[in-house]
Ligand binder design. Structure first.
Ligand code: BES
Ligand code: MN
Ligand code: ZN
Length: 503
């Protein structure tokens, strides 16, 4: 993780840093703090804005150097234009971080005094800006021993302290506490996905999760003996070609007032490296398969976020951790395995391994926890990227209410999902003549046949499957993420929980 950016909320008056951001709304609307600067500098903001044709459009800025009569020596006048929604504010905060960090300041101030904060109060505006800036500040540089001269925005010399000056600093700081907790979850997910597979195998991943008990989670690690005893043969078959043993980790958060409350449950695919196995993948781009545990990372990040913000909910997060390698002990195309559910699977392609992992973990989750619902996240298919690109994750569900809740959470967090179909005709495509099912469908609809396969291990529980192959890693960089690993899903699922499942 990056050296964490330290964010403070301060009064609008107060000392401003050498680098200070001043906000301007549409048509150069200035708030109270900006107007004070305007007075002391005899109209400099307006003059400079005119000279640069700056009108306060969202995410535009100008720089004013060495102004007379005020402390700051570098003013950045930044436009928030028609910033209205929560997501607008978040992205604007990320934009502001980029403005500062690009200029190599180690401390900076933002004067958050919007003339019109939309429906949000000043404190919400400030807290959302802060979260956007914090998310943007993440970088993963732990393996770079030499820092180049022209270090980019997240470099060693980057921003360390950010003071956000606003009308109600105490209220903003209070709102920021839970936002910061969520950011910590996002950072954990990003760290896990960015980590190379030689460092983070199933055992190491499990050990990292064990450490989350210090945040108040109860963490149980199941080793291969446990998995054998549970008859998780589908999951074990994926890992049998690797010298590194598989693990399943169960993380529990008991924040609900009623201890008898049924938990909500999240399941993640954690293939620490997916070579394809005997059905080996082509070489080009195979390095990206260190991120094939993005679903598991999101589940871990979510559980940490829930614990850190002390969410009033009972939640279980379960991840299946394994490595898919070719070797003399690897499973072969044509092998038949008996899953924990008792259903048999003909493994026609060892590269369709994620569904084998999920089959057993989903079954275990239902048997053991009888959850209210299960959402699974998996970097399951390349086909979902063919269908949806990298803008949306694929959503498959057996429950319309859960699907709608996820769509709404996606719209407000910007972690968007697009519902895909399920149905009997698709399900038929994975029937096998040798076993109960085969692990690949035909040529078409690959993301759907993957989801159908998983659904065969759902018994009556409301369930949603998110295919995050296009969003968990190497997704489009944006104002709040500049890293290969996005941490996708942590904010989405945290919102699902906070909007509908807390008491
Ligand atoms: N982990 C991959 C899917 C993937 C591909 C994730 C690219 C992220 C980026 C998955 O295990 C896989 O190999 N799926 C196969 C399924 C096929 C063999 C039915 C695929 O998508 O080609
Ligand atoms: Mn695969
Ligand atoms: Zn995979």
């Amino acid at each position: 993780m990056s050296d964490t950016l330290e964010i403070q909320f301060e009064a609008l008056s107060g000392d401003h840093s050498a680098t200070t951001i001043v906000l301007a709304g549409p048509e150069l609307a200035l708030g109270s703090a900006a107007r004070r600067i305007e007075e002391r500098t005899k109209g400099l903001l307006t003059k400079a804005a005119r000279a640069a044709n700056f009108t306060g459009k969202a995410r535009s800025s100008i720089e004013i150097l060495a102004p007379a009569n005020i402390e700051p020596q570098r003013l950045i006048l930044a436009g928030y234009g028609d910033t209205k929604s929560e997501l607008d504010r978040l992205w604007f905060g990320g934009f502001l971080y980029g403005q500062i960090a690009g200029r190599k300041a180690d401390a900076a101030s933002i004067l958050s005094d919007p003339q019109d904060a939309g429906s949000a109060g000043d404190e919400v505006f400030a807290a959302d800006l802060a979260l956007g800036a914090l998310l943007r500040s993440y970088s993963f540089k732990k393996y770079r021993s030499r820092k180049p001269e022209d270090e980019d925005d997240n470099g060693k010399d980057g921003l360390r302290r950010l003071a956000i000056h606003c009308a109600k600093p105490e209220a903003a700081a209070k709102l920021f506490t839970s936002r910061k907790a969520v950011a910590e979850g996002v950072f954990l997910a990003r760290d896990l996905v960015n980590e190379p597979a030689n460092v983070l195998g199933p055992v190491e991943f499990a050990e990292r999760l064990r450490e989350l008990s210090s945040a108040g989670l109860s963490v149980e690690v199941l080793d291969e003996n446990d998995l054998k005893a549970l008859k998780m043969n589908a999951l074990l078959a994926v890992g049998q070609g690797s010298v590194r043993p598989s693990r399943v980790v169960v993380m529990q958060w008991s924040g609900a007032k009623s201890k008898r409350a049924k938990p909500v449950c999240f399941v993640g695919k954690g293939v620490c490296f997916d070579s394809g196995g005997i059905s080996i993948k082509p070489g080009g781009g195979m390095e990206d398969m260190k991120g094939d545990m993005g679903g598991a990372a999101a589940v871990a990040g979510l559980m940490l976020a829930l614990a850190k913000r002390n969410a009033p909910v009972s939640a279980v997060g379960i991840v299946g951790l394994t490595e898919n390698m070719p070797s003399g002990t690897a499973q072969r195309p044509g092998d038949v395995v008996t899953s924990m559910s008792g259903q048999t699977i003909e493994v026609l392609n060892t590269d369709a391994e994620g569904r084998l992992v999920l089959a057993d973990v989903l079954w275990y989750a239902q048997e053991k926890f009888k959850p209210r619902f299960i959402v699974d996240l998996a970097t399951l298919t390349g086909a979902i990227m063919v269908a949806l690109g990298k803008e949306h994750a694929g959503l498959f569900a057996n429950d319309d209410k859960l699907a709608k809740e996820l769509e709404a959470a996606g719209a407000s967090t910007g972690e968007k999902v697009w519902r895909m179909p399920l149905g009997k005709a698709y399900d038929k495509l994975i029937d096998s003549r040798v076993a109960d099912m085969k692990n690949i469908g035909g040529r078409y609809g690959g993301a759907i046949t993957g989801a159908q396969f998983i659904q065969r291990f759902v018994k009556g529980t409301p369930w949603a499957h998110l295919d995050v192959a296009g969003t968990a890693m190497d997704s489009a960089r944006n104002e709040i993420n500049q890293s290969w690993a996005s941490g996708w899903g942590v904010r989405l699922l945290d919102r699902l929980v906070s909007d509908h499942y807390e008491k």
